[in-house]
Design a binder for this molecule. Structure first.
Ligand code: CP
Ligand code: NVA
Length: 305
């Protein structure tokens, strides 16, 4: 049976730990020698695209890149037919998609011929969360994710695809995950249940609506765009709703030893201030570096015999 990495919640805790372990193994290597990877981007990307290419090359594999303008998933051609076509040349398809459900349709179409990696969907961003755990483990526990137990990570802003993957990943390592979001932009009870089902080592999910109540006592603050891809038509309303949720110096200093994380791209003056982005307590460039490390782990785990 081929493995897939489409959501943190669809791996077991032990599988996710193994991905983190494989991520740290030395490069360059030949772990992907003879393997072709199709990289599909239905939405724009800088970090995910760059790190995916770098990781495939560092592991000795080959890749082909396709944008939405070229393949037109469900516009030029049905997603199932795109998947069957890619299966003729690739054993791994890594895709950034608008609609998460496309993964199950593509998987059904290609059976056991292809492994899928989710490079961001409207629901989840699991390779980002993998990089985030690597970054936090480096900072707090000499690289050991199990050493994160007892830490508190507070996500401030829109409860996005990134938030859900981050919370699911961290709660499994005993982290208290706080999410502070305006009502209506928070997690649904079903989404909370998926995250809480993953809790281990005393990890907890705590939800807030007031940033000044959520931040004190945090070890790390995390945010993402207020206007995720595809929500541009809500931009004006969202800027109004999220006023008061910016991570600026005064909010950051309510947790004076905390570090700052952001998946990027950042919008200085919206979800984060320029000074917080540039602060010595900001780990955003370590996160970007670990996007490639994370991909080493995911790709190796898919190919592990
Ligand atoms: N964080 C992230 O996924 O960045 P890109 O959208 O640039 O790939
Ligand atoms: N929530 C953002 C993440 C970008 C990396 C989006 O989906 O656009």
């Amino acid at each position: 049976m081929r493995r897939h990495f489409v959501a943190v919640a669809e791996t077991t805790h032990d599988e996710f730990e193994r991905i983190l372990e494989l991520a740290r193994q030395p490069v360059p290597s030949n772990d992907l020698a003879g393997t072709r990877v199709s990289l599909v981007f239905e939405r724009p990307s800088l970090r995910t695209r760059a790190s995916s290419v770098a990781a495939v090359q560092d592991l000795g594999g080959n890749y082909s890149m396709f944008t939405d303008a070229e393949i037109g998933l469900d516009t030029r051609e049905a997603a199932e037919d795109v998947a069957r076509t890619l299966a003729q040349t690739s054993t791994i398809v890594a895709a950034r998609v608008r609609d998460h459900q496309v993964f199950s349709r593509m998987r059904s179409a290609t059976g056991d011929a292809v492994s899928y990696i989710n490079l961001l969907s409207d629901q989840t961003h699991p390779t980002q969360a993998t990089a985030d755990v690597l970054t936090l483990a480096d900072h707090f526990s000499d690289g050991d994710p199990l050493g994160l137990a007892g830490r508190t990570v507070t996500y401030v802003g829109d409860a996005t695809n990134v938030t859900r993957s981050l919370a699911t990943a961290l709660i499994g390592f005993g982290v208290t995950v706080r999410i502070v979001a305006p009502v209506g932009y928070d997690l649904s009870s079903d989404q909370c249940a998926v995250i809480e089902a993953r809790a281990r080592y005393g990890g907890q999910l705590q939800c807030f609506t007031d940033p000044t109540a959520a931040v004190p006592g945090s070890d790390a603050l995390y945010t993402d765009s207020w206007i995720s891809m595809g929500l541009e038509h809500e931009a004006e309303e969202r800027r109004r709703v999220f006023r008061g949720f910016q991570i600026d110096e005064s909010l950051f200093d309510l947790a004076p030893t905390s570090v700052f994380l952001h998946c990027l791209p950042a919008h200085r003056g919206e979800e984060v201030s320029h000074d917080v982005m540039e602060s010595p307590r900001s780990l955003v460039w370590q996160q970007v570096r670990h996007r490639t490390t994370a991909m080493y782990g995911v790709l190796r785990w898919l190919e592990e015999k």
